[in-house]
Design a protein around this ligand. Sequence first.
Ligand code: AHR
Length: 503
Amino acid sequence: MATLVINENKKLGTIAPEIYGHFSEHLGRCIYEGLYVGENSEIPNVNGMRTDVVEALKELQVPVLRWPGGCFADEYHWKDGIGPKESRKKIINTNWGGVVEDNSFGTHEFMELCRQIGCKTYINGNLGSGTVQEMSEWVEYMTFSDVSPMADLRKENGHAEPWTVDYFGVGNENWGCGGNMTPEYYGNEYRRYQTFVRNYDAEKPIQKVCCGANDDDYEWTEGVMKTCFRHTPKGSHGFMDLLSLHYYTVTGDTWEHKGSATEFDGNEWYKTLRKALFMDTLVSRHSAIMDQYDPEKKIGMAVDEWGNWFDVEPGTNPGFLYQQNSMRDALVAGITLNIFNKHCDRVKLACIAQMVNVLQSVILTDGEKMLRTPTYHVMHMYRHHQGAELLESSLSGAGTVGEGENAVPMITESVSEKDGVITITLNNLSDKDAGDLEILFTEETEKTVEEARVVTSGSCRDYNTFEEPDKVKEEELKGVLVEGRRLKVTLPAASVVEIRVKK
Ligand code: AHR
């Protein structure tokens, strides 16, 4: 039997709530239809934001939302998206399907969406094709309270008070769609652009996000860190509060054949999970490079794009990146979030890509219909980790599942404590076998289980459809035994489990 030992007296750091963040891009049906339907839609909405989706997102306790891209960000000119809607510029979304973007969702609408969801704002600026002045003016427009050209323009457009911009990304994927730059070139551009991202409100300083690497591109991290730390005062932050990392789990061997989201065999199941586990290596190695410049870990890592990237659903626009979401996605979410929790000393923000209707979404819509995906249910259970203290925990005896190079640990876990309640999240990676687990606390005190929840289904290939939206859902996990400081639980095959224990 596998054993998980939890030392409830050893706190290893705070899990930033923003690790549970989301990403929304002007891509396919994420913004339009997924989040925003406009004030005149027959779909129930408040100021254009669809009510069903906002309500579901509130239950998720979304901490932060990143917008407007993605690749879209480095072609986005924010002034196109303000003022009367009928006179907003129509442009072509060159990155995503070549469709017309009418800019009816812009800065005011994004801020309204975040207000309704109750989350922090993460704006991604345009360094690739925009000017320093344009970026600087956007920040002034959003955050300056007094008299200035941009603050006055905002007031003319109906918003007297400034908004809070919690995070500002200075470019996106500038090694690729954001300008095909070298790390040194981008590092210098970053230094220049970020200078003019002003903090107009000293009480609410903007956290600046520098564009980090893709996957295992350690050369990028090294080059950017070196450039940003060069010729700076001792103890500086290299002008950044966070450095990003993007990593998508792609099961197929090429971008042309990424694999189906729903049709997969046992080998592909394990291959996907093995690739998701690689996030641990990526965070460790990029963080080790950051350590050379920032040994005190003042700079956070922002994994602001992560998740499964499969072939689009057959018959849908290839530029819209619409994919289904099965129990395999639930496991990838559970595994990845456990990894982030365990790296909470460095990972301070993460955004699953993307919130609705694009890649590994938590919500899918079809006109007026909406469903919660398996990934939604995992993120809902894991919300208890937000802002909690990571506890020391170690797992033994679980063994591996899967074959050859796709052998993976059978169980992964992370444990945290908040307000006297310990949250344990567990993943059983086996596609067919249940796993018995003993949980042992170091303190000799009687434990009580507050709740035990599970996301699982009859088959690891199950997913929710508009006809059967609750096939995969969060349910009570029965049969957790408590004997003093010892718990015994059986983890169903292909499951994500949460157990909450009173200290
Ligand atoms: O999330 C889809 C795309 O993936 C984003 O626009 C880009 O940043 C990344 O390559």
